[in-house]
Design a protein around this ligand. Structure first.
Ligand code: HEM
Length: 122
């Protein structure tokens, strides 16, 4: 039997999306529930926060955060939008969040601020 022939074709189009694969970032298609977010508040389970309707995995950023790990730990598993905005985080901070941390979007929540801007940019 030729196993190579049994491999699914990489070019098969299943449920074709109007946006060509590769152009749309994966996090834009992933919806995360409040329940899923709130389970991510222990370093062993991973640490997630939501900001402006986006969900960010901050587990590996904890040590590198210029504001220290404690503030991130204290809001893990919940919405930290107000705290994040009150600090007046720079454009650079938002770029780090989008490049290194974002994993999805909150279910039933309209993205705002830098997250909705990133979606518009594509
Ligand atoms: C993905 C999420 C986050 C990223 C990527 C991030 C990144 C950064 C960066 C790059 C800075 C340096 C200053 C700047 O460039 O704005 C900073 C400072 C700081 N951040 Fe965050 N941050 C995040 C979330 C948070 C959250 C949720 C809080 C509050 C609960 C927080 C509190 C602070 C504080 C207190 C400072 C120090 C400000 C200062 O010394 O003036 N950060 N953060």
């Amino acid at each position: 039997m030729n196993l190579f022939k049994l491999r699914p074709s990489c070019t098969a189009v299943v449920g074709a999306s109007p946006i060509p694969p590769g152009l749309r970032k994966e996090w834009m298609d992933r919806r995360i529930s409040l329940c899923e977010l709130s389970a991510k508040k222990l370093p062993e389970e991973g640490l997630w926060i939501s900001l402006h309707g986006g969900v960010f995995d901050i587990t590996s950023f904890l040590r590198g955060h210029p504001g220290g790990p404690q503030v991130l730990l204290s809001c893990a598993g919940g919405d930290a939008t107000t705290a994040f905005d009150e600090v007046g985080h720079s454009r650079k901070a938002m770029d780090i969040a989008l490049r290194r941390c974002i994993v999805g979007l909150m279910e039933d929540c309209e993205p705002s601020g830098f997250v909705s801007n990133a979606i518009s940019r594509g």
